[in-house]
Design a protein around this ligand. Structure first.
Ligand SMILES: [Zn+2]
Length: 89
């Protein structure tokens, strides 16, 4: 257990190692709220929900310009999600 600042409860709590992300960075589970987080990971710009919506749209081969407008994100964001999808599979 190590003391880490939890981004969920914004408290410095004892956190236990909780495996790794697929890019190899360590994940921790907060001992106070039980949620997992990556202490030195890049800030999550997209919400998980929005990313999933974009991934679904990509799977449907939707027009990227229309997708960006519907989701309120830039086309660069969609390209980034697509790139991540391709490298993950
Ligand atoms: Zn917490």
């Amino acid at each position: 257990m190590v003391a880490l600042a939890c981004p969920h409860c914004t408290d410095t709590a004892l956190a236990a190692r909780h495996g790794e992300n697929r890019n190899g960075t360590e994940r921790f589970r907060c001992g106070a709220c039980g949620k997992t987080f990556t202490p030195d990971g890049r800030p999550r710009v997209l919400s998980y929900e929005k990313r999933e919506q974009i991934e679904n749209c990509l799977a449907e081969r939707m027009n990227q310009r229309a997708m960006a407008r519907a989701q309120g994100v830039s086309r660069d964001t969609i390209r980034a999600v697509r790139k991540k999808e391709q490298s993950a599979s």
